[in-house]
Every structure is written in C-alpha cells, then in structure tokens.
Design a protein around this ligand. Structure first.
Ligand code: SF4
Length: 253
C-alpha cells in the first residue's frame, strides 16, 4: 500500500477543522463542492508571471513594458466568477507586478534565483511530504532562502514567518537536497511589496519535523467514524457548511 501523502494545505486543513479535512479528503464532496476561488486564481496568475520574470533574468534583462506584456499574455480567467471579475483582478495584478518590478530594479538582490515553482517530495518514513516551492534563492555564502509569495496579505512580520507551517514544510523538503546549507524562510507580501526573511536553524527544523510527525500520526490514527463539528469563525465561509448543518447537525449556537 502506498504511503499517505501530506501537503501543507492538507495539514493546515486538518489543524483548522478535522471535519473539513474529512469532507475534503475522504469523500467526493471535496471535488464536487469546489467553487470558483478568485483569490486563489489571482495568486496562481501572479505566481505564473513572477516565475516568467525570474526565469527571463529579472529586471536586469526584462523591461517594464515586456513584463507588462507578459502578464497580459500569461493571465488566465480560470477560477474567476466572470470575465469582468477577472479583468478587475488583472488590473490589480498589473499594479502589483509593476511595483514588484520597480523594487527589483531599484534594489537588486545579491542572491541568485536557484529555481521557481518546483514540486518536491520527501519520504518521511510513515508518510510522504510534498509541497510546491514558489522560489528558492542562493546567497553568495551558500545560504538558501525559500520565498513564499502571498498575494492577499497587506503586511507581513517576523512572527508570521516563524509560525508559517508551509514554509517549514518546504524547508524540510529542501533540506533533503541541500543538507548542509544554512536556510532562511521568507514571505513576500505582494500587496505591501515587502519581504521578511528569518533564519531557520537545523535544530529548529528538527523540532518542527518531530511535531509534524506527531500531527501526521494523529491524522493516520484518527477514528473518522466520529465527527462532531464545532462552530468556528471559519464555518461562515466554509464550502462544507451546508453539509455540516444538514448531515451532522451543526448549528451556530
Ligand atoms: S462548516 Fe465548520 S465544522 Fe463544518 S467543515 Fe467547515 S469549518 Fe468544519
């Protein structure tokens, strides 16, 4: 039997609500109830354009007009509720990518881009960890920086980076390929045009690995027969709210 696979999204879903995890990953409702998600579509478009930007050599090689043209060409309306909505988001995307461009032009980094948008997998013993890394930069001293783009955040601080589950998962994935390199994890909040990076020591990563193993053990050993939903703030915008109310008797009270 293949080992179960866990991604940061799957793990975050479990930590948010085990009932949601059940609906999303153990039943067909997970696919049936997937609605257009403009925020997700917006992020995907920006990721695609930034991937192009860095693979093309960044602001050193690409003019602002070429970058603008790339966004027009690469933009996809998939995932938006209408073409009109897609156009509104595209205008915002143009604004964010142009400010990103200006920042890169004004303050070129001493780091080089090692790769962008790459899915990595790591056998963790009882399970497989997988994740898609937005970007990894390499500094002259050998330090590797894992950068996660956030298209919805209006700000970011060190604490948010230190507490980010996905970035720690990505660090575990990268560590397998570069075991001796110093690591940094970073969030780039595109709306704020601000990147915050923190160093991640090998001891901290080992501590995270042990915690992750405990969470996965808990998921694997859960008794999924017993599902008792509890109202949490997320319920109001959850795709499975109607199911929880109808089938499991969830009530806001
Ligand atoms: S509606 Fe609430 S309890 Fe039900 S799955 Fe969603 S978050 Fe969980």
């Amino acid at each position: 039997m293949p080992k179960p696979t866990f991604s940061p999204t799957k793990l975050s879903t479990y930590l948010l609500c085990r009932v949601k995890y059940h609906w999303a990953y153990h039943t067909p409702y997970g696919k049936w109830l997937r609605r257009p998600n403009p925020a997700f579509a917006f992020g995907s478009n920006l990721h695609r354009v930034l991937e192009y930007f860095h693979n093309a050599g960044g602001a050193e090689k690409l003019s602002a007009e070429e970058f603008h043209h790339a966004l027009e060409q690469l933009w996809s309306p998939t995932g938006f509720e209408s073409d009109a909505q897609s156009d509104v988001y595209k205008q915002e995307g143009l604004q964010l990518t142009q400010q990103y461009y200006q920042q890169q032009l004004a303050q070129p980094s001493e780091a080089v881009v090692l790769f962008t948008e790459r899915t990595l997998r790591r056998d963790m013993g009882r399970y497989v960890l997988m994740g898609r890394l937005d970007r990894v930069d390499e500094y002259p001293d050998g330090t590797l920086e894992i950068i996660d783009y956030k298209s919805g955040r209006t700000n970011v601080d060190e604490e948010q980076v230190r507490n980010d589950l996905a970035l720690h998962c990505y660090a575990l994935l990268l560590q397998e390929h570069y075991p001796d390199r110093p690591l940094q994890i970073a969030i780039y909040a595109l709306r704020a045009n601000k990147k915050v990076a923190v160093a991640l020591t090998h001891d901290e990563l080992e501590e995270f690995r042990l915690m992750l193993n405990r969470i996965v053990d808990e998921i694997i050993e859960e008794d999924w027969q017993w599902l008792t939903p509890r109202w949490i703030p997320h319920c109001a915008k959850c795709d499975f709210l109607e199911l929880c109310v109808r089938k499991l008797g969830l009530s806001p009270d």
